[in-house]
Design a protein around this ligand. Structure first.
Ligand code: URA
Length: 185
C-alpha cells in the first residue's frame, strides 16, 4: 500500500480522465489523517477547484456548520470526494470519471482505516454504500460495509437549495454523534 505522500503526489499529477484538461487544481482531500471518521462528497465545485481544498464554497460553509452542531471540525475528521477534479459546470461526475478516480479514494480509505464513513449526497452513497441508494428515503440509516459503519446525509448543496430538508439532517447528525460516542471516536 502507498503512503499518504506518494498517493497525494500521484493524484496531483493524474491524467486518468479528461477532467484533468479543465481543472485548475486537483482536490485530494483535507483533514486529520489519523481520524477514524471520513466524509465523502461527490466532486469539487468552482471554489474547490480554484483553491485545491474540498468543501470551501457555500456548501462547505454549511458543512462546517453541520460539523459544529455535533462539536466537530476539520481537525477531527478527514474529508474527500469521489472524484478529485471538477466536472464542468458542476454536473454529476460520470461513471467513467468515477471509475478512473475511485482508486485514489480506495487508497485513502486503506490508509485511514475509518470506523465511520459518512457519504454526503446520492452520488457518494450510491458509489460507496449501495448502487440503489435512495437519498430521500435512506439518509440517516446505518449499514456495515467493508469493516466501516456507513451512513449518508443530504449533500450540503441540497440543503442550501431546499432548507426544508434541514430538520431531517439535524436528526441524522445527532445519530452520527451517538455512533461516534458508541465507538469512542
Ligand atoms: N461538493 C462536493 O461534493 N465536494 C466538494 O468538495 C465541494 C462541493
Amino acid at each position: 500500500m502507498e503512503n499518504w505522500e506518494a498517493l497525494e503526489e500521484s493524484c496531483l499529477h493524474c491524467d486518468r480522465c479528461h477532467l484533468c484538461g479543465t481543472r485548475h487544481n486537483v482536490v485530494f482531500g483535507v483533514g486529520n489523517r489519523e481520524s477514524k471518521l471520513l466524509f465523502v462528497g461527490e466532486g469539487p465545485g468552482e471554489q474547490e477547484d480554484l483553491q485545491g481544498i474540498p468543501f470551501v464554497g457555500p456548501a462547505g460553509k454549511l458543512l462546517d456548520d453541520m460539523l459544529s452542531i455535533i462539536d466537530l471540525d476539520r481537525d477531527h475528521c478527514y474529508i474527500a470526494n469521489i472524484v478529485k477534479c471538477r466536472p464542468p459546470r458542476n454536473r454529476d461526475p460520470q461513471p467513467q470519471e468515477q471509475d478512473a478516480c475511485i482508486g485514489y479514494l480506495e487508497n485513502q480509505i486503506a490508509l485511514l482505516q475509518p470506523k465511520i464513513l459518512v457519504c454526503l449526497g446520492r452520488i457518494a452513497a450510491q458509489r460507496l454504500i449501495d448502487p440503489n441508494f435512495r437519498i430521500t428515503y435512506d439518509h440517516g440509516t446505518w449499514v456495515q460495509r467493508r469493516g466501516m459503519l456507513c451512513t449518508a446525509l443530504y449533500h450540503p448543496s441540497a440543503l442550501l437549495r431546499d432548507p426544508g430538508k434541514r430538520p431531517e439532517t439535524f436528526d441524522d447528525l445527532l445519530s452520527l454523534r451517538e455512533k461516534l460516542r458508541e465507538l469512542n471516536i
